[in-house]
Design a protein around this ligand. Structure first.
Ligand SMILES: [Ca+2]
Length: 293
């Protein structure tokens, strides 16, 4: 039974614990740009930035979650997203499309998010804030809301459903089961509705990329499962101090990953080049020591 309980734990919803972020090494590799960045230029009105960020970027997020299984264990979540940026003065209109999502194993069991579930949240529209440009210039994302298996009028604020009977639950991966189907350690399928709300803050690096940390609050509702134990709910903690993200320009003004020459840098081209962007941070349970009861 221990194995089954552990499997269920992996399904866990991430819940946010408020804490002060502290800088820590990101583990991300540097990138090279052919665009030169100037000293920070304070923005005003609609002509803020010396370098126009309009174009295609990859968002690399590497998030830390602490899960209580006797002791506190770190679970890391790795996501690659394609972001189309349109800069309008100090505002960046961003259209985000999640490309790939992976979780580290928890005691040997991994929760897999199939591509239809990933795709069901796309696209997401936000407005970020970039009031200056140059090395050290601040970046504040909009509120990014990723919903799976949900149809909300107000995705950020509507009440999460309690069961599959709720009219806001939809079979958004179109597999005949309510919500989206997550594959748990090859053991069972969980039918879930999930809302993740993320806010990122950071700065522009000398190479023109953006990086920082952030908060990510995830609520997941188990709507059903192929086996009952899979639908148990557990609470976990988002480990903000060890959350890292980076945005790298991938169009011809940056890394130029349009490898098939069709003028678009696609999710496929982004995923194919993941090793170029970053080395994912390996889990380390000592990062969760602060949450020990
Ligand atoms: Ca479904």
């Amino acid at each position: 039974m221990l194995r089954l309980h552990l499997a269920a734990l992996i399904l866990t919803v991430l819940s946010l614990a408020a804490c002060e972020p502290t800088p820590s090494p990101s583990g991300f590799d540097a990138q090279t740009f052919d665009v030169q960045t100037a000293d920070i230029a304070l923005g005003n009105d609609a002509t803020a930035s010396a370098v126009d960020l309009t174009g295609t970027w990859v968002l690399v997020t590497d998030w830390s979650t602490c899960v209580a299984i006797g002791d506190e264990i770190e679970l890391r979540n790795y996501e690659l997203s394609r972001i189309q940026v349109i800069q309008d003065g100090v505002q960046l209109r961003e259209v985000r499309e999640d490309c790939s999502i992976a979780n580290t194993p928890l005691l040997g069991l991994t929760t897999v998010v199939p591509q239809p579930a990933i795709d069901s949240a796309n696209p997401m529209n936000t407005a970020a804030f970039f009031p200056a440009s140059g090395t050290g210039a601040p970046y504040v994302s909009g509120v990014e809301v990723q919903t799976w298996g949900l149809k909300f009028a107000n995705p950020e604020t509507d009440t999460m459903p309690a069961s599959a009977d709720d009219p806001h639950v939809v079979d958004s991966d179109k597999d005949g089961h309510p919500g989206v189907t997550l594959k748990v350690g090859g053991v069972c399928d969980l039918y879930a509705a999930q809302r993740a709300i993320m806010v990122r803050t950071g700065r522009q690096e000398a190479d023109g990329s953006l990086s920082g940390d952030g908060i990510r609050h995830v609520v997941q509702v188990a709507l059903g499962a192929s086996q009952g134990f899979c639908a148990q709910a557990f609470s976990t903690v988002s480990n903000q101090t060890f959350n890292h993200w980076k945005m790298l320009r991938v169009d011809k003004k940056g890394m130029n990953l349009d490898q098939d020459g069709d003028g678009i840098v696609s999710c496929a081209e982004i995923v194919q080049n993941q090793p170029v962007f970053t080395n994912w941070i390996e889990p380390d349970d000592t990062r969760c020591a602060a949450f020990k009861k």
